[in-house]
Write a protein that binds this ligand. Structure first.
Ligand SMILES: NC(=O)c1ccc[n+]([C@@H]2O[C@H](COP(=O)([O-])OP(=O)(O)OC[C@H]3O[C@@H](n4cnc5c(N)ncnc54)[C@H](O)[C@@H]3O)[C@@H](O)[C@H]2O)c1
Length: 420
């Protein structure tokens, strides 16, 4: 038995940290969740979740079971394991590790000997050893691997995925030495069905970048082929659907309006940042970025083409965008391609509104975009763009809509729509 009051503390209670805290609570661990955002903590403590994958009911059940949430970091000293899941964004196109460093400082100011510290934020290989540990060691005067134990474990959460959740998705783990690794393994085995050991933190950090770069590159490939197939008058959807009947050696990716979210558009930059330090670009990443970043303007060019065919001016036209989140059934608009599309349409003098039951507001050029609260006015628009095909939309019969629909998602629901 350990002398710690909490089995685990989670630093940063967002899309990654809150599900971890909830899962650990349901696995009967004593959990303390810490976030600098006092508003978030107050809402959570009232049982109000802002994360789609966690219902208010689940959150309330965890709170009743003892999940303790606070924006005071002093309880970190009473936690045997500390998991860091703070943001790792890009600032001026460069990796921004300021949140990780701030979390490291908070830990160092509240550290207790023998604690286990695990970084889960996505980052470039080397961060745990080169950035996290030096900050903690310098402030605390303790030695990593001796006085406290450290490792890295990439998060694989897929918001909105009902099949693969935190518990049943295998978790890659690493430690800076054998003792760290075995302690980290013991920790995750209490909450996750299977763990996969790798030999070091650099390898574990790289695993996440490989997974996301793989998606990024393959999405770019299918997007480029979608554009070319359109020019060749070949139906890309028919091609993809036929190709994916091959039971081996092919994984299907779908064309779309671009890539969004906290991971796919951001993580490959962490990889290129690291390889540029040895004077090498990741050529695949750069090409994929160029193609995926061009998709919002490609979508706009297709809308323009459609309006031309209808012999209607684009300027002052009215376009309704269905779904602005970066993926279906969630409300996250971070890096959503919808932002670039709306910006481009605004520049061309188009009147844009959106309807997205998951997104209360979206800022484009520091202005809130006007929204609809239902499909009631859909026939008053000149054109409808399906940007995110939320499952909810399937309850509406689009075959009766009189306005042309351009579907950038290739969903089966918009049968009469023109597709990307
Ligand atoms: N969202 C995903 O689907 C996903 C999937 C895999 C990995 N990741 C990675 O996980 C990390 C977290 O992502 P997220 O989507 O959960 O971010 P998020 O923005 O949803 O949540 C991060 C939380 O950390 C808090 N925070 C920031 N600085 C803090 C500090 N110093 N101390 C305490 N709390 C602090 C913020 O207030 C916020 O609530 C990122 O590195 C991301 O790349 C995200």
């Amino acid at each position: 038995m350990s002398n710690f009051k909490y089995d685990v503390a989670v630093i940063g209670l967002g899309y990654v940290g809150l599900p971890l805290a909830i899962q650990a609570t349901s696995s009967n661990l004593k959990v303390y969740g810490y976030d600098i955002d006092e508003n978030k903590i107050s809402n959570y403590n009232l049982g109000k979740s802002t994360i789609e994958d966690i219902s208010d009911k689940e959150l309330k059940a965890s709170l009743e079971k003892g999940l303790f949430l606070s924006s005071d970091p002093k309880y970190l000293s009473e936690s045997e394991t500390i998991v860091i899941s703070v943001p790792t964004p890009l600032t001026d196109y460069q990796p921004d590790l300021s949140y990780v460093k701030a979390a490291a400082e908070t830990i160092a100011n509240n550290i207790t000997k023998n604690q286990i510290i695990i970084l889960e934020s996505t980052t470039y290989p080397g961060t745990t050893v080169e950035v996290l540990i030096p900050v903690i060691e310098e402030i605390s005067n303790l030695k990593a691997g001796v006085d406290f134990f450290v490792g890295y474990s990439p998060e694989r959460i897929d918001p909105g995925n009902d099949t693969w959740n935190f518990k049943n998705t295998p978790k890659v783990i690493s430690g800076i030495n054998d003792e760290s690794l075995s302690k980290i393994e013991n920790f995750y085995e209490q909450i996750i069905d299977s763990v996969v050991r790798v030999s070091g933190t650099k390898e574990a950090e790289m695993v996440k970048l490989l997974e996301n770069t793989y998606r990024h590159v393959n999405i770019a490939l299918i997007n480029e082929l979608a554009i070319l197939c359109n020019m060749l008058e070949i139906d890309i959807w028919e091609v993809v659907n036929a190709a994916k009947t091959k039971p081996f050696g092919f994984e299907s990716f779908r064309p779309g309006p671009g890539v969004g979210g906290h991971c796919i558009p951001v993580d490959p930059n962490y990889l290129s940042f690291k390889t540029r330090q040895i004077g090498k670009p990741v050529r695949f990443v750069e090409l994929a970025q160029e193609i995926n970043n061009s998709m919002p303007s490609y979508v706009v060019s297709r809308l323009l083409e459609k309006m031309n065919l209808l012999e209607k001016p684009f300027k002052n036209s009215k376009i309704l965008i269905l779904g602005v989140a970066y993926k279906k059934d969630i409300g996250d608009v971070r890096e959503s391609p919808a932002i670039g599309i709306i910006e481009n349409l605004f520049e061309r003098g188009v009147n844009v509104k959106y309807y997205d039951p998951f997104v209360d507001s979206i800022l484009v050029n520091k202005k809130y975009v006007e929204k609809e609260d239902s499909f009631d006015n859909i026939d008053k628009y000149d054109l409808v763009l399906v940007h995110t095909a939320h499952t909810d939309f399937e309850n509406f019969d689009f075959s009766k809509v009189s306005v042309p629909i351009f579907d950038a998602t290739g969903s089966d629901h918009f049968k009469n729509a023109e597709r990307i």
